[in-house]
Write a protein that binds this ligand. Structure first.
Ligand SMILES: Cc1ncc(COP(=O)(O)O)c(C=O)c1O
Length: 409
């Protein structure tokens, strides 16, 4: 642990905290920017990067990571809702912020007042946004018709979740034509399965989405509408599908140091070597109690762990209320003094029990790493996520508000 980290630790208000390495974050950003701007493409301008900082910056602290990424050179940011966007603006971030999950009626004026960029995923939203744009432009003293508010169109190309269908481009164009205060600044889609590279139905989905997307763009252009910035690629597409990079890419997981779980697994080492990343967050908790129990004693709610030998059981000051996934009870382990100590019993809201019988010298106050790095030892969140059948982002986003974040460079 560096002396800077040690001094930051003194600021921790609880014996549980998340360390966020902003240098690692900036390094990941630079690695991605370099990766999507290969010299052989000879682009006149760098391909843009929209850093995804929704979900409180995948648990790392949305405003803080956005601030650091703006300094590193991010062109755009992606949040899910107006409130997340406002938090990013209030941290002083000036670059455009795209509100990916759009707005609920009533939210649109506030979204525009904070200079956030709206996403339209249903044609009917255009009218609402146009009215809000008229109000906001008038408030800002713009002469009638002199300025327009930019928005992005989200297209549904096969995920069947959010977005306007390619077959509705004519309807979109007609509605847009009626909006005097709006202009289309970008068009995008989201991939359902870009990490699947196998020759299966799912593995072919990304290519199909891409084809539908570009057909719809052609239709838009034929209707006289310029799409503006075109963007499609999430982390997996960035790492594996150069043909999807378009004008801008939207990294989430890889910014925070984690590659998605590529399928087939044999491809993982090769892909991960081409785009090496650094883990940004380490979640840690101290041992706040430690006791010896005899063979046959039960630990925690419902005694789901019964000691098979005389054991030393330590209590960590963090539970599922802090972001330790409850399904890790009796399954996971944490790093203590460089040794993996198994989690025993059911994880409580505020505490987790671990078996430190095989951790020489373990004592009250010791720091356990739930995931992240501890000196030369690493406990990657993606390995833990896979062990309980979830994705890394699920674990990272789960780090709750009450866990202090310590930022260091
Ligand atoms: C629209 C959009 N783009 C990009 C991302 C980033 O995804 P990933 O974390 O896989 O890079 C997300 C995340 O879900 C998203 O919703």
């Amino acid at each position: 642990m560096s002396s800077k980290q040690k001094s930051l630790l003194k600021e921790a208000r609880r014996p549980v905290w998340a360390e966020v390495d902003l240098s690692a974050l900036a390094e990941n950003f630079r690695a991605i920017r370099k990766f999507v701007n290969p010299p052989e493409e000879k682009r006149r301008t760098l391909r843009k990067i929209l850093c995804i900082v929704k979900g409180n910056g995948y648990g790392h602290g949305g405003p803080q990571v956005a601030e650091a990424l703006e300094k590193a050179g991010s062109d755009w940011f992606g949040v899910t809702c107006t409130e997340e966007g406002i938090a990013v603006r209030e941290a002083g971030v000036r670059k455009p912020v795209l509100v990916l999950t759009s707005f609920w009626p009533g939210e649109e004026s506030r979204l525009l007042e904070y200079d956030l960029t709206a996403v339209i995923h249903r044609c009917e939203q255009l009218k609402l946004l146009d009215r809000a744009a008229a109000r906001v432009l008038a408030k800002k003293g713009a002469r009638k018709g002199s300025k327009r508010v930019s928005f992005h169109l989200k297209m549904d190309t096969g995920m069947n979740r959010l977005g306007i269908a390619p077959s509705d481009m004519e309807c979109f164009a007609r509605q847009l034509d009626k909006c005097q205060h709006l202009e289309l600044g970008g068009v995008f889609t989201h991939f359902a399965s870009s990490e699947v590279l196998a020759d299966t139905r799912v593995g072919q989905q990304t290519r199909q989405q891409e084809v539908r997307f570009y057909e719809a763009l052609d239709r838009l252009r034929a209707l006289g509408i310029s799409p503006g910035i075109v963007h499609l690629a999430n982390s997996a597409a960035i790492a594996t599908r150069q043909e999807t990079w378009a004008d801008m890419v939207r990294p989430g997981a890889i910014l925070y140091g984690y590659h998605p779980g590529y399928d087939p697994v044999e491809l993982r080492p090769q892909i991960e070597t081409k785009l090496p990343l650094k883990t940004v967050m380490s979640l840690r908790a101290r041992i706040i109690n430690i006791r010896n129990i005899p063979e046959g004693a039960g630990v925690g709610y419902n005694e789901t762990f019964i000691a098979k030998r005389p054991s030393r059981i330590a209590v960590l000051a963090a539970g599922y209320g802090d972001g330790i996934h409850r399904s890790l009870g009796n399954r996971g382990s944490v790093l203590v003094r460089g040794t993996l100590a198994p989690i025993v019993g059911i994880i409580s809201m505020d505490v987790t029990m671990i078996d430190v019988t095989d951790v020489p010298g373990a004592e009250l106050g010791d720091v356990a790493t739930i995931y992240g790095s501890d000196g030369e030892h690493v406990r990657p969140a993606n390995v833990i996520a896979r062990s309980i059948g979830t994705v890394t982002s699920d674990l990272l986003c789960a780090v709750s508000q009450r866990v202090p974040r310590l930022y260091f460079h």
